[in-house]
Design a protein. Structure first.
Length: 270
């Protein structure tokens, strides 16, 4: 077997968690990531017949049966992943129609997957149904997007339009816009189900007064998606209290659609 710490997916996960902590998006043990892995690739590094232990999940997701995920651990600090990946990360295989996660590697201190595991898995189901290339679910707490949920309307159209107007690239990067959930208790099936429903129509779901969920084909794309929205939110928070003399108009946004071959969410532009 190859050394799993040299696996490209492992190296990229370690780089990304380290970068996210450096950005200040994942204070203490805040934030979590799950990555859908290719079975054939996993078998280059692990004997998949050797299950370390089975962990109940408390939810149902039959669509994920037999799928493999690399997942950050509950109570773990992103800053420590680079130093002890086997403690802070785990590879699990979904079994029993989603009711069980079979641990194949990691969580060597006896830990388990993130408390947001239900929201991650339910979101994977939603995104895979829309685009089978979406293999990443990423949750973090970016300062400006979080701040924006205190002062801006949580109406999804208004929230999206504000972000699109803050930076030229936004409609190109997330033309489907941003979906928003009001504050809900985290770590529950209820917020998982609500997030998964929102994931059917957008790759970004803001949790008001909490953080954001992003989905994408790989870690770079998903990180960049959140990074772009967070940059736009930062611009908004800097200027929201000032008189606005000019902005990116709907006509300009239509020009961007045509230039970059994207289509803004139906009904979001005049």
């Amino acid at each position: 077997m190859k050394n799993i710490l040299n696996a490209p997916f492992m190296e990229e996960m370690i780089r990304t968690t380290t970068n996210m902590y450096a950005h200040g998006w994942d204070e203490r043990n805040g934030g979590n990531i799950s990555m859908l892995l290719d079975e054939a690739e996993v078998k280059e590094y692990l004997d998949t017949d050797q299950v370390i232990r089975s962990i109940p999940t408390g939810f149902s997701a039959p669509e994920l049966d037999g799928k493999y995920f690399l997942v950050t651990g509950t109570g773990k600090y992103f800053k420590n992943v680079q130093y002890a990946p086997d403690v802070n990360l785990g590879i699990v295989r979904i079994a029993d129609c989603g009711g069980t996660a079979e641990l194949l590697w990691g969580y060597t201190d006896g830990g388990k997957f993130t408390s947001e595991f239900p929201a991650h898995m339910m979101s994977h189901v939603s995104r895979l149904a829309v685009d089978p290339a979406n293999r990443i679910i990423m949750h973090c707490h970016p300062d400006n997007l979080l701040a924006m949920t205190y002062v801006h309307s949580l109406d999804e159209r208004e929230f999206t339009r504000t972000l699109w107007q803050m930076e030229t690239e936004c409609i190109v990067v997330f033309p489907e816009g941003v979906n928003v959930l009001p504050w809900m208790l985290c770590g529950t099936n209820e917020i998982g189900e609500a997030t998964a429903e929102k994931m059917k129509t957008a790759r970004l779901v803001v949790w008001a007064q909490h953080g954001i969920y992003g989905a994408g084909k790989d870690l770079d794309e998903t990180f960049g998606l959140i990074e772009t929205a967070e940059k736009a939110a930062g611009i908004y928070m800097k200027i929201a209290h000032l008189p606005i003399r000019q902005t990116i108009t709907d006509d300009m946004l239509h020009q961007l659609e045509e230039r970059f071959g994207v289509k803004g969410r139906e009904g979001y532009l005049d």
